[in-house]
Design a binder for this molecule. Structure first.
Ligand SMILES: Nc1ncnc2c1ncn2[C@@H]1O[C@H](COP(=O)(O)OP(=O)(O)OP(=O)(O)O)[C@@H](O)[C@H]1O
Length: 329
């Protein structure tokens, strides 16, 4: 569905060259749900804008939905849907009219636009709001309308750039319910960016971690977490001598990524914490080492980013935290 080779985009800003995307090689199969995850300025939006023909690449190639973004941008546009950051819908039109007009813009007849609009309004649970003007919708309702608008021509591929930013948790979950139902029913390929780590973790089957314009990791969330971050076991011991012995015993476990001690606390990173922890506790007991507490923590995608870059994504995720809107459907 998407194939790129060496896709690059640089900008000139204040006399300097910013290399926003540096050599993107992508192969995304039809029917996938793929997340681009990375900090501010990593190159996610620039990548999406090139794939959706809104921005010409500086170099490289991209074939999207069977059409080349450079030589056949109109062929690409007719086969994709794109939801950019922020709201795109106008504010004085009625909800149904907005969708019908969008269908007409894609060359559909009025009758066909109306049928599609009705189907989408039902699918996105906006059918009770058709006579309302767009400006009166809540943030979550308006975002659902934006997504419906991106789907009016029934694209096989949908790009969503931060579809839920600024929405409250209920509206965010609601958006995903609708998008994933669509994916399940029609097999629509979904490519999205998000700052909410848990959205990439929960909904994407493949996560591309992007940093400084490059993909630095690309796998399922489960494999990224198990392979790169691993589970974390934290032991509380009675004294430093016990902690030192516990470090030795932890290092002797079959698969451990890292063992560190801080006073009486011992931290262990391992891909299989659930099976390793009971073994470790038995070994500690047999060696007469007193473990007072034991905690197993599952990794997040933030731990993955941390282990890849030494930096955390969480700061930005918190900064993008919910501005409450009321979805009064
Ligand atoms: N039109 C432009 N002119 C100059 N620099 C740009 C332009 N568009 C993007 N950039 C720069 O390119 C880099 C990548 O930006 P991009 O918007 O793709 O990042 P992003 O990963 O989508 O970030 P965010 O999560 O904040 O949306 C940044 O350094 C940005 O400042």
């Amino acid at each position: 569905m998407i194939h790129t080779r060496g896709l690059t985009r640089s900008f000139r800003a204040r006399g300097e060259t910013v290399e926003a995307v540096r050599g993107l090689d992508l192969d995304i199969e039809a029917g996938s749900v793929v997340a681009f995850l990375g900090p501010n300025g990593a190159g996610k939006t620039t990548s999406l804008r090139m794939l959706t023909t809104l921005l010409p690449p500086t170099s490289g190639t991209a074939v999207v939905a069977g059409h080349d973004v450079m030589t056949d941008p109109s062929g690409v546009r007719h086969r994709i849907g794109y939801l950019g950051q922020g709201n795109s819908a106008g504010s004085n039109f009625r909800v149904s009219e907005e969708l019908i007009t969008q269908g007409r813009a894609y060359g559909l007849s009025r009758a066909k636009s109306r049928t599609r609009a009705e189907r989408l309004l039902t699918a996105f649970e906006l059918d009770g709001l058709t006579r309302r003007t767009v400006g009166t919708l809540s943030g979550g309702q308006r975002r659902r309308l934006d997504i419906a608008m991106a789907l009016v021509h029934e694209p096989a591929l949908l790009f969503l750039d931060e579809p839920t930013t600024g929405l409250d948790p209920h509206s965010r979950a609601d958006i995903w319910t609708h998008v994933l139902r669509l994916h399940k029913e029609l097999g629509t390929t979904i490519v999205f960016t998000t700052h909410y780590l848990e959205e990439a973790d929960l909904w994407a089957r493949r996560v591309m971690v992007v940093d400084h314009g490059r993909v630095i990791a690309d796998d399922s969330p489960e494999k990224l977490k198990a392979g790169l971050a691993g589970d974390r076991i934290t032991l509380g011991t009675a004294d430093r001598a016990d902690a030192e012995r516990a470090v030795e015993l932890a290092r002797a476990l079959p698969i451990v990524h890292e063992v560190t001690a801080d006073g009486t606390e011992v931290r262990i990173r391992t891909p299989h914490g659930d099976t390793q922890l009971p073994v470790l506790l038995r070994n500690l007991e047999a060696a007469g080492v007193r473990a007072l507490t034991a905690r197993l923590t599952r990794p997040t995608l933030d731990d993955v980013f941390l282990s890849l870059t030494g930096r955390t994504l969480r700061e930005r995720a918190d900064a993008a935290a919910p501005i409450t809107t009321h979805d009064g459907a």
